[in-house]
Design a protein around this ligand. Structure first.
Ligand code: SER
Length: 585
């Protein structure tokens, strides 16, 4: 038997013993990455380093990363899908490669987790026009004692990993554990239902360009991922993730409140447990329910969970949410704000209660009048707009009434609604990668200059609240309570352009967060940093420093590379927070 905490400890201790540095889990909401809403894999926050930037902790990294995948929201309800999960991983950033990575995986599985060799099978990449068959990986497995008949060679669909559709990628080798009743037999191809994946070693050696070309990366990397919930379940001989310590306390709470039993209400209870857990973690990352982007994902989760809770006669999600804390609070400092997190959740629930009953009556009316057993897009959109029903919820209701929804026309309705189209049509629920082009490097450096200029023009109370960079523009949120005047905007712009023209050097140094703080670098200095951070200094030490800031980059090496800086918009972002959008011309 092994529980969540034990698995995580064993993993991190093992890789520490192999000279890896343990870094903290990054935020669920990626900073400076406009291509995704949430962190979807352990490698996500490491993309700049996989592309060649040097990591302050060195080339061997390990951690347990909080992740959210929203692509599967409607699949939640079976025994193994969930929205929030934790992923263990080890990374080589241009250091060791295939042979060592596989040897480490094998040693951890057989020595530390004590899995008998007969219960292991692997898959390797079978080769195609972009990359050759991975005989090296297969040969390494064989040399370690995995018999030939347990090795299956599969194509890109199974043995190739890329986040989104461009960026670092490569062939992978996946490890499987025998969950069948009898003596293990065959391999993943011949007995797919009896072998369950537990770990994935990706050999990142290519960069897929926007044109679909595979170019060799500057450095060869290893990226591995082991899902905590799944591995704990498998090692305990259960296939239902909700029966392990990562979910069971939440399920027990739901049973108690509803006075119903899990075996009779599996789907409903799993959805409630999953959505409430994910909501708590998303709120803890600083998100509030809203109608756009992250806030809308959160809103959908809370509302859907609440509707299912009501179907079990549970009046509030509050104590279900409380049961999430003991599972994770020792590991994630952001859960310390328990009271505020619960309040945000309960407020949203209260908000929704006001329209839920009326919305449900409206739905009944729509259902009765539906033609061809189909609810039109307009009606589904009306339920969203006037009663706050997320589409998944209307889909659940339709399914219960054996009706369909015309999703195509719903999407059209939604696109008309400008605010929402930004969220749902942009494919942002899928994963993708930050763009590390030269243009984004310029915008990153410009953002540091902007912050420095705002402090000079508006005062030292200015604090960064958020930053989001695409290859077209930067967006910077900061604390300030008044609208900026035209003069202040001009002064800020002029100052940034002056610094650009003065051709200041941008230097990067690596140090501990303590040293960074003592040296006067700006940063958040909470528990989020690892042992080492990168500090970017613009200007000349000691007397002519314009900006000194902790950041993962990328940056240009001299401000003159930036071009001409222009503020396009200054507006309110939320109470006490202003937002600037700016471009380079
Ligand atoms: N990025 C790979 C995955 O998510 C390995 O970490 O499976």
């Amino acid at each position: 038997m092994i529980n969540r905490k034990q698995l995580i400890k064993k993993y991190l201790d093992f890789f520490r013993s192999k000279n890896h540095k343990v870094i903290p889990s990054a935020s669920l909401v990626p900073e400076n990455d406009p291509t995704v809403l949430f962190t979807t894999a352990g490698m996500h926050p490491l993309v700049p380093f996989l592309l060649g930037e040097s990591h302050p902790e060195g080339p061997r990294i390990t951690n347990v990363q909080k992740c959210i995948r929203t692509g599967d929201i409607d699949e939640v309800g079976d025994e193994s899908h969930h929205t929030f999960f934790e992923m263990l991983g080890n990374w080589s950033l241009g250091d060791y490669f295939k042979k060592e990575a596989i040897e480490y995986s094998f040693e951890f599985l057989t020595n530390v987790l004590e899995i008998p060799i007969e219960k292991l099978a692997v898959t390797c990449f079978k080769g195609d026009k972009d990359a050759p068959k991975d005989n090296e990986a297969a040969g390494t497995w064989e040399s370690l004692g995995i018999p030939k008949q347990r090795i299956a060679f599969l194509g890109k669909k199974d043995n190739w990993w890329i986040a989104g559709n461009k960026g670092p990628c490569g062939p992978d080798t996946e490890m499987f554990y025998w969950i069948g009743k009898n003596t293990p037999k065959g391999n993943v191809e011949s007995n797919p239902d009896e072998w369950r994946e537990i770990w994935n070693d990706v050999f990142m050696q290519y960069n897929k360009t926007a044109q679909g070309k595979y170019e060799p990366l500057k450095q060869m990397n290893v990226d591995t991922g082991m899902g905590v919930e799944r591995t704990v379940a498998i090692l305990n001989g259960v296939s239902d993730h909700y029966l392990t310590d990562t979910f069971l306390p939440i399920i027990k709470k739901i049973e108690k409140l509803s006075k119903q039993l899990y075996p009779q209400n599996q789907r409903t209870m799993r959805i409630i447990a999953d959505h409430v857990k994910a909501s708590v973690m998303i709120i803890a990352a600083g998100i509030k329910p809203s109608n756009t982007e992250h806030g809308y994902v959160l809103r959908r989760l809370i509302r859907r969970a609440f509707r299912y809770a009501q179907s079990l006669d549970i009046k509030t999600l509050k104590s279900i949410a409380e049961s999430v804390f003991p599972i994770y609070e020792e590991d994630y400092p952001e859960l310390k704000n328990k009271k505020e997190i619960l309040k945000i959740l309960v407020d949203e629930e209260e908000n929704f209660k006001k329209t839920l009953q009326q919305g449900l009556s409206k739905f009944e009316q729509i259902a009765k009048q539906s033609k061809n057993k189909t609810i039109s897009g307009e009606q589904a959109f009306l339920l969203y707009q006037s009663y706050g029903f997320p589409i998944e919820m209307t889909e659940d209701l339709a399914q219960e009434h054996k009706l369909k929804i015309d999703l195509e026309s719903y999407n059209k309705e939604q696109e008309k609604h400008q605010e929402l189209s930004r969220t749902s049509s942009a494919g942002k629920f899928k994963s993708g990668l930050a763009d590390n082009s030269k243009q984004t490097a310029k915008l990153h450096t410009a953002t540091h200059l902007l912050q420095a200029a705002l402090k000079k023009v508006l005062g030292y109370h200015i604090q960064q609240k958020g930053s989001n960079i695409t290859s077209e523009r930067l967006r910077f949120d900061f604390t300030h309570s008044e609208k900026m005047t035209d003069e202040q905007k001009k002064e800020t712009e002029d100052l940034v352009n002056q610094w650009i023209q003065e051709s200041h050097e941008v230097k990067k140094a690596e140090m501990t967060p303590k040293e960074a703080k003592e040296s006067g670098a700006m940063g958040l200095f909470d528990d989020k940093y690892g042992n080492k951070v990168s500090v970017f200094t613009i200007g000349e030490e000691p007397n002519n420093i314009i900006s000194k800031e902790i950041c993962t980059g990328p940056h240009v090496s001299n401000t003159r590379e930036i071009g001409h800086f222009k503020i396009k918009k200054e507006e309110s972002s939320s109470q006490g927070v202003r937002r600037i959008k700016a471009v380079l011309e």
